[in-house]
Design a protein around this ligand. Structure first.
Ligand code: URA
Ligand code: SF4
Length: 189
């Protein structure tokens, strides 16, 4: 017999069903699969990226392409195996362009509901889009990355996006450092 879902899992599934039927922005037209989120909803860490890429659109799972594999490896190497991972925008933008303001505004309420339901101890935002969408702040990423920020009752650790880390050695080192500092935060909690 299938295990019963927890209340949290049940509510998360409700949001997922809404997202799967969503047509609130034009990105629904070209999606193969909605990319809702992956991982253990009871994790203390929530990781938030920008939008699905090609592999994610094909599989429906976030962060399974090249950048995703790098990120998952960095998290694993640091000892962070428990996390819930998702994106600001749940459908793939054409040619992996940055999502438009309108698309983000249409989609971000789903992310806000995921955050409110999962109540992670800390959120790792990857890249500018995720930092801005989660905090509403306009700081330059290089000024805030690696810091542990408390913004509207959320604890946020902003870092670079792994696709940038793939192209830039220093960004990769920073991302690795930031993951380590968020692990120390979780241990000290
Ligand atoms: N980049 C993202 O921001 N999210 C993914 O799911 C994959 C790549
Ligand atoms: Fe809906 Fe978000 Fe997909 Fe746009 S990107 S159609 S708002 S789920």
């Amino acid at each position: 017999m299938a295990e019963e879902l927890s209340e949290k899992e049940r509510l998360l599934l409700e949001i997922r069903k809404e997202v799967e039927n969503c047509r609130k922005c034009p990105l629904y037209k070209k999606r193969k699969k909605v990319v809702f989120g992956d991982g253990n909803p009871d994790s203390k860490l929530m990781v938030i990226g920008e939008a699905p890429g090609k592999e994610e659109d094909e599989t429906g799972i976030p962060f399974v392409g090249r950048a995703g594999r790098l990120l998952r490896k960095l998290l694993k190497d640091t000892g962070l195996e428990e996390f819930y991972i998702t994106n600001v925008v749940k459908c793939r933008p054409p040619h992996n362009r940055t999502p438009l303001k309108k698309e983000i505004e249409a989609c971000v309420p789903f992310l806000e509901r995921q955050i409110a339901l999962l109540k992670p101890s800390i959120i790792l935002t990857l890249g500018n889009t995720a930092f801005k969408a989660v905090t509403g702040e306009n700081h330059k990423l290089t000024d805030v990355r690696g810091k542990i920020l408390k913004i509207s009752q959320k604890v946020i650790c902003p870092s670079f996006h792994p696709s940038f880390a793939l192209r830039n050695k220093r960004a990769k080192e920073s991302l690795t450092e930031d993951i380590k500092s968020l692990l120390s935060y979780l241990k000290s909690e």
